[in-house]
Design a protein around this ligand. Sequence first.
Ligand SMILES: CC(C)(COP(=O)(O)OP(=O)(O)OC[C@H]1O[C@@H](n2cnc3c(N)ncnc32)[C@H](O)[C@@H]1OP(=O)(O)O)[C@@H](O)C(=O)NCCC(=O)NCCS
Length: 171
Amino acid sequence: MLEEQFLAPNHHDRQAFSSGVGELDEYLRRFAAQQSKKGITVVRVLVDTDTPSTILGYYSLSAAQIDAVQLDERTQQKLPRYPVPCFRLGRLAVHSAHHGRGLGRLLIGLAVERCLEARKHVAAYALVVDAKGEKAKAFYEHYGFTPCRDSPMTLYLPLGCMSQAALPGRH
Ligand SMILES: CC(C)(COP(=O)(O)OP(=O)(O)OC[C@H]1O[C@@H](n2cnc3c(N)ncnc32)[C@H](O)[C@@H]1OP(=O)(O)O)[C@@H](O)C(=O)NCCC(=O)NCCS
């Protein structure tokens, strides 16, 4: 059974994780646990409960803000002219041995679900992400993320239109 867990450095095998993007693997190995401890981000991993130390994928979330001018014009008109509160999907990666099996979709769905839960208590307009390359950008656009006006490698997904039933991992 697949299960989402908080990254536990003594339990999860970070060295064996390889997504094909060195920067994302390095982050998990060297920085994720430290940054979680310091309250900079929250990192969750996906495991199969039969092999609970093997990380199949991971994502990180933190609080963020975005300039309203980065959003599309129609959205801007509805929002105040100061920085808009958001969540940031800092990193997301799937082990390369498991690409193409729907785990990326599942992780995005879980991340959005966490944001929907959190925004019941702390307001956030959108989930933003910094794509690490064109392939990653295409992946996020596939899920409805929109590139920011001045920095197209940063994308945002308004959370107001998301419902639990419409989450990517739920189909
Ligand atoms: C990008 C990544 C997370 C995708 O994960 P995955 O498990 O292979 O993807 P899935 O099997 O869940 O695919 C889900 C959907 O996304 C689509 N998709 C996958 N990669 C895509 C891409 N580069 N561009 C557009 N769509 C893509 C699939 O066709 C699938 O569509 P469907 O749900 O309509 O059938 C994974 O390839 C990865 O970890 N890559 C390396 C790290 C990386 O680039 N991370 C991005 C964060 S910066």
